[in-house]
Design a protein around this ligand. Structure first.
Ligand code: GDP
Length: 309
């Protein structure tokens, strides 16, 4: 990447896009084109066409998406499918038409089959049925991967797809109905401590396992891959280690120093039993994460909440 050339980060107000922007700024990039969703509705084909013709970015990070936790995915099923397909079709197609030198599409570990062998290798894509709670989101993300793959195959476009594991960090969503498990639990434990509540409710059985990556590490990996990865095959970004939801809850309880109990709500879905990423491909290229889960959770608590002792 040439630091003078124009970079478009789609979704720069989101947790991921904002982290990518921070990373590029720290690396000395200054020529950005950025639009909020109010300024540019990425679902609108004409608006995206006009934007690309006018701005002609050299590099594109496609981090704009409708995202959410298990309940949001399961509730707003049509929106997760439609919004994401429209956003990515418009941005990827216009990137091709306007000669973008390189585009990075960000997917998700939920693209892999629900019962795929663990850890999840990139080659497991489309080898089995998806997890029903987030099937619409996963289908959209799989379509995005195929857009990149086939625009490369037919047109020679240098479009790459990266699949991050579950992310957390500054700028996360703490709305308990829409958020992912990690921010939700941090908020619940902090508030339970503040209000001296006797227990914290944890959805599901606590048995599912998830892997978590600090979003600034993700941004670091994205920059690294933008410099060094030019292959048609998707590539996983993660830490290669996972933790059960119960143990995650216990870890947050310890870090918040909350004395109450955990109460599991089995009426809420567990979702995929496990989705541990195989990160051997990323490691073999020379990138590894640097923030441990404990350190990352501590940072988030410090940045976002005031803890009473
Ligand atoms: P997923 O990775 O797509 O399943 O999304 P989530 O991060 O929303 O959920 C991960 C797991 O954490 C699921 O098994 C949830 O049932 C469980 N979980 C436990 N407590 C919570 C909570 O308060 N909010 C959310 N979103 N998930 C929770």
């Amino acid at each position: 990447m040439n630091k003078e050339e124009k970079v478009y980060i789609a979704g720069h107000r989101g947790m991921v896009g904002a982290a990518i922007l921070r990373k590029l700024q720290a690396e000395g990039f200054t020529n950005f084109v950025l639009r909020t969703s109010q300024e540019l509705d990425l679902r609108n084909q004409q608006a995206v066409t006009d934007f690309f013709i006018k701005e002609k970015p050299a590099y594109v990070f496609l981090a704009a998406a409708k995202v959410g936790g298990i309940l949001a995915n399961d509730t707003y099923r049509a929106e997760f499918l439609y919004d994401n397909l429209m956003i990515q079709n418009n941005v990827i197609h216009q990137s091709y038409l306007n000669g973008v030198k390189k585009l990075m599409f960000l997917g998700s570990s939920c693209i892999y089959p629900k019962l795929a062998p663990q850890p999840l290798k990139e080659t497991y894509l489309l080898t089995g049925e998806l997890e029903p709670t987030n099937e619409p989101y996963a289908i959209a993300k799989i379509a995005g991967i195929k857009m990149c793959e086939n625009y490369r195959a037919q047109y020679g476009a240098n479009f790459i797809s990266v699949m991050p594991t579950n992310l957390y960090g500054p700028g996360d969503n703490y709305d308990l109905k829409k958020s992912h498990v990690l921010p939700a639990l941090i908020r619940k434990f902090v508030e339970a401590k503040r209000d001296s509540k006797p227990f914290v409710e944890v959805w599901g059985t606590g048995a599912p396992k998830r892997e978590f990556l600090y979003v600034d590490d993700l941004a670091d990996a994205c920059y690294f891959l933008m410099l060094h990865y030019n292959e048609p095959e998707l590539i996983n970004i993660g830490v290669g280690e996972d933790i059960s939801i119960k143990d995650l809850a216990l870890l947050i309880k310890e870090l918040v120093v909350y004395e109450g109990a955990l109460q599991f709500d089995a009426t809420k879905p567990d979702g995929t039993p496990r989705k541990l990423m195989d990160v051997s491909k990323l490691h073999s290229l020379g990138w590894q994460h640097s923030t441990s889960l404990k350190e990352g959770i501590r940072k988030v608590i410090e940045e976002k909440f005031t803890l009473i002792s």
